[in-house]
Design a protein around this ligand. Structure first.
Ligand SMILES: [Zn+2]
Length: 188
């Protein structure tokens, strides 16, 4: 999936979860902060696609991570695209804040929630729109195991289908932002 579509999916996921009253209890300002954080952390270098940046690619060429088996953890749609990392971080955060009894200020929490949801939303995006490229040893989809056993539909990244989905997501984000701005919510 291309970066702009990822950002829309991230923001739409936060707005959709809020509308469905799942997860964080957010004020309208919190929803906006979470949506922006989701857009930032769902695409580009501040997302799982950190593994597709020039620096990461150069490091992958230099480091012998292939010795760890299955082609190694470095490389595009490998360890950085594994669902286990954000899941472990979320569990650690929940256990930590519960144990210590600390809860950050509402807008900080909104930003953390949005960043986490945005990062996670990247993964189903690539599971659908992520074709394999055997020249680079890249299977389609995202890894089920830390960096191997990829699963996905392998629909062409940036193709016609993704453009249609991108437009639908843009409408969903706009609708979610308008609903937040006018204070509309199905719960009240
Ligand atoms: Zn990706």
């Amino acid at each position: 999936m291309m970066t702009p579509t990822h950002r829309r999916l991230g923001a739409a996921t936060v707005l959709g979860l809020h509308t469905a009253a799942v997860g964080a209890a957010l004020t309208p300002a919190g929803v906006l902060v979470a949506a922006v954080a989701a857009a930032v952390f769902s695409g580009g270098p501040t997302s799982p696609d950190v593994d597709n940046q020039p620096g990461a690619k150069a490091a992958d060429r230099r480091l012998p991570d292939e010795a760890l088996g299955h082609g190694g953890p470095l490389g595009h749609r490998r360890l950085a695209h594994w669902w286990g990392l954000p899941t472990a971080l979320g569990v650690a955060y929940a256990l930590g804040s519960y144990t210590v009894g600390y809860h950050p200020p509402a807008l900080v929490w909104a930003a953390l929630w949005g960043a986490w949801v945005g990062w996670l939303s990247h993964l189903p995006g690539d599971a659908v729109f992520g074709q394999g490229n055997w020249r680079y040893g890249l299977p389609k989809g995202i890894p089920l195991m830390p960096w191997w056993r990829h699963v996905g539909l392998g629909v062409k990244c940036g193709g016609k289908a993704e453009r249609v989905v991108g437009r639908i997501l843009a409408v969903a984000v706009a609708a979610g932002l308008v609903a937040t701005a006018i204070g509309w919510h199905p719960a009240h």
